[in-house]
Design a protein. Structure first.
Lengths: 495, 517
């Protein structure tokens, strides 16, 4: 019972969530603008508390259901900051388009809680519950713009397909439990290592599991929902879907694969390779023909999920027979570092992109790429940040996206997947075309937006922070890499 | 080596980069301030880069001004130990002239851009980013940073061409600047895709866990690997160098680009491709280079002839120069593929000479276009009477281009031809024929456009009202083009110091090749 105190950050987030609901209930309407600021401050506070409180601690709760280690510390902190950033980038949008801000922010905070749980869960059912908590929050948030027919459609689509995928996920888990007798990652690894032959039923279970999780991260062929939902959802929630929920699921998958499935990874590699190749090419190809900017970014983020899955496929190398030697672990470290770095770089760039378009389109009302025309005159700062995020997503230096892609691809080619890396690099060449198209409308086409775009102070602050972060990681990734390295060691040293 | 010299290369790279960052925060309406600070930074960089070349000790050879900084640690590995990505800078006899070339073209490019009135602040930010990337590629001794800076120089191209460029419209032949920009960008990134793949393959194959070029060059990669990877490297960098049949981005892109960007692009960026073939292709994969050299040589020959013939058929002044670049880069590729000291030295000198010459071409053509808003050879006639300076400088560039003795082009091409006759005499003949065609299109152009009969009515219609009194190049453009012309003369008349430096670099590369074969 003593180590329940390790859950203090989570408990504080729950209290904050209910606190926001309660405050929303009592304060007068004209004071409601203060809600998001309270939430941002509190989340930042919890972030600092979390860092100080859990620094260097390592433990497992309830017999390994939840793990407190460097990995979960890193991502809990990251998600708390992400939550604050999402709330900050929602402020303008919520004030203009949505009613009931209290519920909106509270549900957002609960999804942050779910992401934190995902980063520390060391067992499949706990992970499942966390995934569901996250998804339920998102179902509501996607449909939050209730008088907007697109938002409603998106919500309906998302909940039906989401429920189906959850069922598949749960079926996979039950299959695995039936055959291995455990759902804990560590114990699974032990059982798998002692079994010499692989049960086909077990493989089926893992396939279902991959399909269920693949749906949540919008990997091809489970991606169909993504563009519609991304388009219909309120823009800050689209950012949440593209960044937060995707990153959280990847965080879970990395821990699950590295600590639980390593002995089986060789057999699963071919499946992951196929999914990665499909996701990269289909995502980027489909993005070429989009005219709606949110759909374009939806497909682009499908493509980016493909790069991350490429990393997952490269967790082991084909010539890695039998036991894990230290040299192989150091290569696995390289890959895990790469996945984490790319997740972060992609997350920051995408947040900046979505925040920029939500501000620009607040002005124009439409969400087509050609409505961007003249944005560079209407607000040079905003377009600079947007252009930087585009360059970062396209993987050009001096921005974060370059080093993260390079690192990830290097890691994968060290593991012998150079030809898959070649596909990824060609896919990112394709992506350059549609990214440049966006730039063209912003900077070259004649003006559609006739007057200036006014940035609210909070939007300005968030954009500046994201801009600086993109460049800082791009030219000096060393400090971030040290932190990531620390998180990775927490995973790989368990084995 | 003193502290200043060990930091010199980093300083040269950082001046434009920091300059770009500072420009972002300058007030938009203070154009004068931005132009002056750009000019001063350009001058400082040029002086430093010339110092770099002058202080390079050709008796010692090897990589000088070298220094390295650890940038990013990789996970420690029990077999190969702790490795890191390092920022490792240094120049040898091949990159020293390239650094100087970049410095000169940067300064003259800034001078030629002083007349830009549309969003000058953004222009200089992007232009300086581009320059910083180019310096970085020539100075990096590390594959990661070589690629990093290469991509950095590609990044601003789309906006530079798309915003400040100009479209070509001959009714039957329309090329918008967006088209040129997109084409150039996609070709360059397609090249970088191949380079990226080969860098990763080299990294993975070596098993050293490092991107350092000197360390990687010690390794004998197996023959099959070299045979597969060298064409990737040569093609990736070759696209950038205008290798036929992947040269088509170059005329379209150069024509669409604004003057300073054309100067840097044709003058320096294409050299970056040739440099990459030498530094990555030949140095790391000598066997592959040996085996594939005849192919490269053949394509280079096609470049020379095909580029010259295409230039012959152009109506747009800038397209003529664009195709002449393709043709001249052919000499560079041929020189590289001879794989002997003379040919390779000639190739490197040709890179330098062509960089300066083409920059000079673009300055003067930029002036003509700004004054008359046309580049149509059919319309422009006898403009030497109105634009004396422009005519003289164009003729100097033209004579360099066709290889007149006493100018830099002659020395370079002569060396390439001597190198060729040692190995492939027939292709050497074809190269000389190419030089002959160059003489035809240049002299024809000069005769008509500059020294034809001036029709005052057409001229008055054509010329921009702002310039009707004084159509000749202004003070800044004169300084810019005279600096370039003087460089051409100096190299042409006193080539020996240049060749001595280049020789050290070339000899080492070829010795490394011979050692590993």
């Amino acid at each position: 019972m003593n180590n329940l105190s390790f859950l203090l950050p989570e408990i504080l987030v729950v209290i904050l969530g209910f606190g926001v609901l309660t405050i929303d209930f009592f304060i007068p309407k004209n004071k409601k603008w203060s809600l998001p600021y309270i939430a941002i401050l509190a989340l930042t506070g919890i972030f600092i508390f979390n860092l100080i409180f859990l620094w260097g601690k390592s433990d497992e709760l309830y017999g390994g259901i939840l793990r407190i280690d460097g990995y979960s510390l890193f991502f809990k902190s990251a998600f708390l900051i992400l939550g604050a950033a999402l709330i900050a980038s929602s402020v303008d949008y919520v004030n203009k388009n949505l009613s009931n801000p209290g519920e909106y922010y509270a549900i957002l905070i609960f999804t942050v809680l779910a992401m934190m749980l995902l980063s520390s869960s060391g067992e499949l059912l706990t992970a499942y519950i966390a995934v569901e908590t996250l998804s339920f929050g998102l179902y509501v948030l996607v449909a939050f713009d209730r008088y907007n027919i697109k938002s409603n459609e998106a919500g309906t689509k998302y909940i039906i397909l989401g429920a189906l995928s959850s069922a598949i996920l749960l079926f996979g888990i039950s299959q695995i439990y039936g055959l291995l007798g455990t759902t804990q990652f560590n114990e699974m690894a032990e059982v798998l290592r002692s079994n010499n032959s692989i049960n086909p039923g077990l493989l089926l279970g893992f396939l279902f599991l991959i399909a269920g999780l693949g749906f949540k991260v919008a990997s091809v062929p489970f991606h169909m929902w993504a563009p519609d939902v991304y388009e219909g959802a309120p823009t800050p929630i689209t950012a949440h879907l593209a960044v937060g929920s995707k990153a959280a699921i990847f965080v879970l998958i990395i821990r699950f694969f590295v600590t639980g499935m390593m002995p089986l990874m060789i057999d699963l590699q071919i499946i992951l390779v196929i999914i990665a190749a499909l996701t990269m090419t289909v995502g980027n190809l489909m993005a070429l023909v989009q005219t709606n900017i949110k759909r374009l970014l939806a497909y682009s983020s499908i493509g980016h999920a493909g790069y991350l899955i490429l990393g997952l496929a490269a967790l082991v190398s084909i010539n890695q027979e039998g036991g894990m030697t230290l040299a192989f672990i150091s290569n696995t470290n390289l890959v895990v570092n790469g996945i984490i770095l790319h997740t972060i770089a992609y997350g920051i760039s995408n947040l900046a992109a979505f925040l920029s378009i939500s501000i620009i389109y607040k002005k124009t009302g439409n969400e087509n790429i050609k409505d961007l025309a003249g944005a560079s005159k209407a607000s040079p700062f905003l377009s600079m940040v947007f252009a930087a995020s585009i360059f970062s997503l396209a993987g050009l230096p001096i921005f974060a996206g370059f080093i993260s892609k390079f690192y990830l691809f290097t890691a994968a080619s060290v593991q012998g997947l150079i030809w898959l890396v070649a596909i990824a690099i060609f896919a990112s060449l394709m992506s350059l075309y549609y990214y440049l198209k966006v730039l063209k409308y912003m900077y070259i086409e004649k003006s559609e937006i006739d007057n200036k775009i006014d940035l609210s102070p909070i939007a300005f602050v968030v954009l500046s922070i994201l801009f600086i972060a993109m460049i800082f990681i791009g030219i000096y990734p060393s400090p971030l890499m040290d932190a990531i390295q620390h998180a990775t060691y927490a995973l790989t040293m368990v084995n | 080596m003193n502290t200043f010299e060990s930091w010199l290369l980093l300083i040269i790279i950082m001046i434009p980069l920091i300059g770009a960052a500072v420009f972002i925060f300058m007030p938009k309406d203070r154009e004068e301030m931005i132009q002056w600070s750009a000019t001063i930074l350009g001058l400082i960089t040029m002086v430093l880069s010339i110092y770099c070349f002058a202080a390079y000790n050709h008796n010692d050879g090897g990589f000088q001004f070298a220094n390295s900084w650890i940038w990013l640690d990789l996970p420690s590995n029990p077999i190969i130990g702790q490795q890191a990505i390092q920022l490792n800078l240094g120049i040898d006899g091949i990159s020293a002239p390239m650094i100087m070339l970049t410095g000169i073209v940067m300064f003259t490019g800034v001078l030629a851009s002083r007349s830009i009135s549309d969003r000058p602040k953004e222009f200089f930010v992007l232009f300086f980013l581009l320059i910083s990337g180019v310096f970085g590629v020539f100075a990096s001794l590390d594959l990661f940073f070589l690629f990093f800076f290469y991509e950095l120089s590609v990044l601003p191209m789309y906006l530079l061409i798309g915003i400040w460029g100009s479209s070509t419209d001959f009714k039957t032949f329309i090329r918008t600047k967006e088209y040129g920009a997109m084409k150039l960008m996609l070709y360059l990134v397609a090249g970088s895709v191949l380079i990226w793949i080969s860098i990763l393959a080299i990294f993975a194959e070596s098993g050293l866990g490092t991107f350092l070029i000197p360390a990687l060059s010690e390794i004998d990669f197996n023959t099959t690997f070299q045979l597969i990877i060298f064409p990737l490297v040569a093609l990736g960098f070759g696209i950038l160098a205008g290798l036929w049949p992947f040269h088509t981005w170059s005329p379209d892109g150069h024509v669409a680009a604004p003057t300073a960007v054309s100067m840097v692009h044709a003058g320096v960026l294409m050299k970056l491709g040739a440099y990459g073939i030498i530094r990555v292709g030949m140095f790391l994969l000598p066997e592959g280079a040996e085996q594939w050299a005849p192919v490269l040589l053949g394509l280079g020959t096609v470049n020379v002839i095909y580029g010259a013939l295409s230039a012959l058929g152009q109506r747009d002044l800038k397209y003529v120069i664009g195709y002449s670049s393709v043709s001249h880069m052919g000499y560079v590729l041929m020189g590289i593929a001879t794989l002997n000291v003379i040919g390779l030295s000639g190739a490197v000198l040709q890179m330098f000479s062509h960089g300066i010459m083409t920059a000079l071409f673009f300055v003067v053509v930029g002036v003509i276009y700004e004054r008359t808003h046309t580049r149509d050879i059919g319309v422009l006639e006898g403009i030497a009477k109105k634009m004396g300076w422009v005519a003289v400088l164009f003729v100097i560039a033209g004579l360099t281009s066709l290889g007149l003795p006493g100018l830099s082009g002659f020395v370079a091409e002569l060396l390439v031809f001597i190198g060729l006759f040692q190995t492939y005499p027939i292709l050497g003949m074809l190269g000389i024929i190419g030089a002959g065609i160059t003489a035809i299109y240049i002299l024809r152009l000069v005769a008509k456009v500059f020294f034809g009969k001036l029709n005052e009515d057409i001229w008055n219609n054509m010329v921009d009202s702002k310039f009707s009194k004084q159509a000749d190049s202004n003070y800044w453009e004169r300084v810019s083009s005279v600096v370039l012309a003087i460089t051409i003369l100096v190299v042409g008349l006193f080539p020996f110091p240049f060749i001595k430096v280049i020789d050290t670099g070339v000899t080492e590369i070829l010795a490394a090749m011979a050692g590993s074969l």
